[in-house]
Design a protein around this ligand. Structure first.
Ligand SMILES: *Cc1c(COP(=O)(O)O)cnc(C)c1O
Length: 360
């Protein structure tokens, strides 16, 4: 059995050395006679695993002591409600930028708790672009400004960090976290479901500026209260211990690769190769305005949708898995996160080129 190239959008491929290390440590973590899965989260061993993961993440992403790092549960989607519950405070409304399906879900959830001002939207364009910031109708009185730096389904990515003035900037970085350098100090809160670029599902990483803690509404469930989670080092209850451990292995692996700068260069190269090929080949197309094409998720269509099934079958046979586009978009999508080796992108391009020659 050999490893395939898995282009799944999430849960996504993990670095092979990480899986191997997890395998080696599965039955007996460093002489403890236990799997990490079987350890008390209060044990010295697990606390050390957890603290090391946080330290490595802080180092990788350049997170200062002004921020708390939380390892929460419930995926990125639970943050769609956790964020308004914690950050709306006394304010009446929050600003949201609508650039695709994940933005819309965040907006729909926030509306349950307060007034949402959609300050800009690219829905009219079919979400192929990002509205210029000069046209955003943000309000100086908003509790926060929420946006989705990378729309995983549409394959649309911001190539800039919005300027939110004194309003805290909140970002759903589920599918772009640690894929390229980002200045964390520009943000009030960053969150990311783990299963794209960080580790297995079941974990969501939240990076929150400490002055934003302690503003949760009274009715906020304890498990969703950032202050409570921060005060208890993300162990108010039993955390997703194994996911946390694996995330820690991924952080170590990222450091060995040269960190986020090095990953950014590799990711840029991988994405550019694939988009260049798509643009140069009449058989394939990607609709996104080039400047805003995602480095992580590359949707593309074939000239004839009737060939989709055959394309996917041929891809599977070569060990190029999970290329089917999201059900709402159709076509194909190649997710090429940090853990997708450049060789995987090369193999995909090779296959796409042969398929177009034979069937185009
Ligand atoms: C995958 C994803 C989510 C949802 O993540 P869950 O952990 O499944 O809730 C939210 N936002 C973005 C940008 C995503 O890519």
């Amino acid at each position: 059995m050999s490893r395939a190239f898995n282009f799944c959008a999430g849960p996504a491929t993990l670095p092979e050395p990480v899986l191997k290390q997890a395998q080696e440590e599965m039955l007996d973590w460093r002489g403890t006679g236990m799997s990490v899965m079987e350890m008390s989260h209060r044990s010295d061993e697990f606390v050390a695993i957890a603290e090391t993961a946080e330290k490595d993440l802080r180092e990788l992403a350049g997170i200062s002591d002004d921020y708390a790092v939380l390892f929460m549960q419930g995926g990125a989607s639970s943050q769609f409600s956790t964020i308004p519950l914690n950050l709306l405070g006394e304010k009446a409304s929050a600003d949201y930028i609508n650039t695709g399906i994940w933005s819309k879900k965040a907006i729909a959830e926030a509306k349950r708790y307060g007034t949402v001002n959609v300050a800009a939207s690219s829905e009219d364009s079919g979400f192929v672009t990002i509205p210029d910031q000069s046209a955003w109708r943000t309000s100086a009185d908003a509790a926060y400004l929420h946006y989705t730096p990378n729309e995983t389904i549409g394959g649309l990515e911001f190539d800039f960090v919005p300027d939110s003035g004194d309003v805290p900037l909140v970002a759903d970085m589920s599918s772009t976290m640690l894929s390229r350098p980002v200045d964390v100090s520009r943000f009030g809160l960053i969150y990311a479901g783990a299963q794209k670029n960080i580790g297995p599902s079941g974990l969501v990483v939240v990076i929150i500026r400490k002055d934003l803690l302690g503003k949760a509404r009274k009715e906020t469930p304890t498990m969703m209260n950032y202050q409570v989670i921060a005060d208890n080092a993300s162990m108010y209850n039993t955390p997703a211990t194994y996911s946390w451990y694996l995330a820690g292995l991924v952080f170590k692996w990222l450091k060995e690769q040269g960190g986020v700068e090095a990953m950014g260069e590799i990711n840029y190269r991988k994405a550019k190769k694939l988009y260049d090929f798509i643009d140069d080949n009449d058989f394939y197309a990607n609709p996104i305005e080039p400047r805003f094409r995602s480095w992580m998720n590359v949707p593309f269509t074939l000239a004839d949708d009737a060939l989709n099934g055959e394309f996917l079958k041929g891809a599977d046979a070569r060990g190029l898995l999970n290329l089917k586009g999201h059900r709402s978009v159709g076509g194909m999508r190649a997710s090429i996160y940090n853990a997708m080796p450049e060789a995987g992108v090369d193999a995909l391009i090779q296959y796409m080129s042969e398929f177009a020659r034979e069937r185009g």
